[in-house]
Design a protein around this ligand. Structure first.
Ligand code: CTP
Ligand code: CA
Length: 223
């Protein structure tokens, strides 16, 4: 019931959200991925929908059901996620990048399953950088208002402020990976040009609702 009584702070807004990990192929049966349950991104997608937004959730592989009322686009690799986001970003009012995107893909991925050979040498994987989806969307002329995330293991404030500026986004949400990863609670720290706002430790559902309120308060009015 609480879900239906949330204020419609994002009524009429189009929102694109990324969530979950990406999965980068080594060969047809092996991948390299990031640790992400998708719970935070999905909670934010639900909170945005509750707030009246039209939500597209671009999701890497997770074990979670699609949130009610949200259009989910399933992707695997960072390249897939990049393509799905760029297809919708230009028309969106708001982009929230929550996904744990792999920074690299395997440049010499094999079309066939790699086999152990007689000498039992592991394969020499070569990595190539993935596109930075958030930075690219943030640079779009007339693009959506952008919110980034940073899960750090140390020096959260320093890393998060630097990341906010490097990505060119007005709002960046930091959390400590060890406080949040895989669990049902999280502690958000909001970084914007006014400074820092620390939210208390909350369920991911409540943290997501607080974040949507903080975003709605900052989002420029519709022209
Ligand atoms: N992000 C993205 N595309 C990428 C990498 C990151 O959209 N290829 C987004 C994430 O969804 C997150 C933000 O950028 O919102 C920060 O991601 P993070 O991995 O913390 O930052 P990086 O710039 O990749 O720096 P590093 O991994 O070295 O900390
Ligand atoms: Ca990264």
């Amino acid at each position: 019931l609480v879900a239906f009584t949330q204020p419609k702070l994002l009524a009429g807004r189009r929102v694109v959200i990324t969530a979950g990990p990406t999965s980068e192929k080594i060969d047809p049966v092996r991948v390299i991925t990031n640790r992400s349950s998708g719970k935070t991104g999905y909670a934010i997608a639900r909170a945005a929908h509750e707030a009246g937004a039209q939500v597209v959730l671009v999701s890497g592989p997770t074990a979670l059901p699609a949130p009610h009322g949200v259009r989910r686009v399933d992707v695997e690799s960072a390249a897939d996620m990049h393509a799905a986001v760029m297809a919708g970003a230009r028309d969106a009012d708001l982009f929230i990048a929550v996904a744990a995107v792999a920074d690299w893909h395997v440049a010499n991925a094999s079309g066939n399953k790699l086999k152990k050979n007689a000498s039992n040498q592991p394969p020499a994987l070569q990595f190539a950088p993935n596109p930075d989806i958030l930075a690219e969307v943030a640079r779009l002329p007339d693009g959506p208002w952008c919110v980034g995330f940073a899960a750090e293991t140390e020096n959260l404030h320093e890393h998060a402020q630097a990341k906010r500026q490097r990505k060119g986004v007005p709002l960046l949400v930091g959390n400590l990976a060890q406080d949040s990863m895989g669990g049902d609670t999280t502690t958000f720290v909001l970084f914007d040009d006014q400074g820092i706002e620390e939210l208390p430790k909350l369920s991911k559902t409540d943290a997501a609702r607080r974040l949507i309120k903080a975003i709605a308060a900052r989002l420029p009015r519709k022209a």
